[in-house]
Design a protein around this ligand. Structure first.
Ligand code: SF4
Ligand code: SF4
Length: 398
């Protein structure tokens, strides 16, 4: 058969963009393939990271950004440890994931705020804008921020249809319910586009392109089981320590989400507000267990990263640090509220700590779309696709 010339359409800007967000070593790669051999997570069906290194060096933006394998990498650093050229393929894949996030979501200026260091000055202002608007509306004016009996534990109470809500609860609902809806809608549309692109990238025949219900029913539960057990993460060698604190963080977020859901139903719908000093209140203790896991997980991740950086198997970029410190602030301010409001000498700063907590939670919520935290949804999608694709291959070959 005669060789047919294939037109390639590289985008050389992508090389610079990868280098700007943590993949500065990209060009050192000379394609020896050591990384793909040592990577414990790479497979014949979805190989990485050597393939992505060469695609990146050639500027094949579309192929890179629509490749689920980019998300199957858990940035354990095994490949970077053994790369003879110091090309840090694990970090290059981390940089690629950030670019996927940027391409997947609208309102890209928010992505910039999350991933450039100066954005840390802007994000609290955005969060405070919405929180202050809701505060003024629900507290009937600006409460005294140096008196916790004015804010958050003061203000009017509302009877709305079947709900009985103090101002602080209504304020939180007014800010976070629309924010959660915004995040869910954008994520759903991004995941749907991503999935269709994966189908095209891997050239899945129409006969095997199942509907959403079949995909979710058949592959989501096994993917979630893997994630909960960190099956893939624990295969890593160089930084295998990362699996435990990462798992701890996932459990912490699940516990805190359950706690929030219980409080929402109990307080917002049924009108049972948690008592003032609830040392033995089961919901508070559930929240405290989640908070302790959160802090322990995040401190362990930070300590482990520092050690891995010294061994040169991982580098920590601004987006990595941003997420770590954001989670830390949420944990510390959460416990801070509980402790400070019970110490009369410093009680008057409770409102400020409460406000700081809300601001950090707002930034994390929105960060599900724009920060490294998006891996929560996008890596899950890639794992579901990986299980689905391997199953399709089996069926096609049988
Ligand atoms: S990234 Fe390193 S190990 Fe991987 S192919 Fe390139 S030079 Fe070899
Ligand atoms: S960082 Fe770990 S999971 Fe990612 S490509 Fe390298 S070895 Fe594989």
């Amino acid at each position: 058969m005669a060789n047919v010339p294939v037109k390639v359409d590289p985008d050389l800007n992508i090389i610079k963009e990868i280098q700007e967000v943590g993949g500065e070593t990209l060009k050192k790669c000379y394609q020896c393939a050591t990384c793909a051999t040592v990577c414990p997570l790479s497979s014949d069906e979805a190989p990485f990271p050597r393939k992505q290194m060469i695609l990146a060096q050639w500027g094949f933006k579309d192929k890179l950004l629509n490749d689920p394998a980019v998300w199957l990498c858990h940035q354990c650093g095994d490949c970077s440890k053994y790369c003879p050229r110091g090309a840090n393929p694990g970090d290059v894949l981390g940089a690629l994931r950030l670019l996927v996030i940027r391409e997947a979501v609208p309102f890209k200026f928010l992505y910039t705020f999350y991933n450039k260091s100066w954005g840390i000055l802007v994000l609290p202002i955005i969060a405070l804008f919405f929180i202050f608007l809701a505060m003024v509306a629900t507290f009937h004016g600006m409460p005294n921020l140096f008196d916790m009996h004015s804010f958050p534990y003061g203000g009017p109470e509302y009877d709305l249809v079947i709900f009985h809500l103090p101002a602080r609860v209504l304020m939180i609902d007014v800010v976070f319910v629309p924010l959660a809806a915004f995040v869910v809608i954008i994520l759903a549309s991004a995941i749907s586009r991503m999935w269709n692109n994966y189908l095209d990238t891997y050239d899945i025949p129409q006969a095997y392109r199942y509907g959403m219900c079949t995909i979710l029913g058949k592959y989501l539960v096994p993917a979630l089981k893997e994630i909960m057990a960190h099956t893939r993460f624990t295969k890593c060698d160089a930084n295998s320590w990362r699996a435990a604190p990462h798992k701890m963080l996932i459990y912490a977020f699940i516990i805190l989400a359950i706690t929030t859901a219980i409080v929402f139903v109990m307080a917002d719908i049924l009108g049972f507000h948690t008592p003032w000093n609830p040392i033995l209140h089961p919901v508070k203790w559930l929240g405290n267990i989640g908070g302790i896991l959160l802090l322990f997980g995040v401190f362990s991740i930070k300590a482990g990263r520092t050690k891995a950086e010294a061994e040169k198997s991982v580098t920590t970029s601004y987006p990595d640090n941003f997420l770590i410190y954001l989670i830390l602030v949420i944990g510390l301010t959460g416990f801070g509220i509980e402790i400070i409001r019970n110490i009369p000498a410093i009680q008057n700063i409770t409102s400020i700590v409460y406000l700081a907590h809300l601001v950090a939670v707002f930034i994390l919520f929105l960060g599900v779309l724009y920060s490294k935290f998006a891996h929560l949804a996008f890596r899950t999608t890639a794992i579901v696709f990986d299980l689905y694709y391997k199953d399709v291959l089996k069926k096609m070959n049988s």
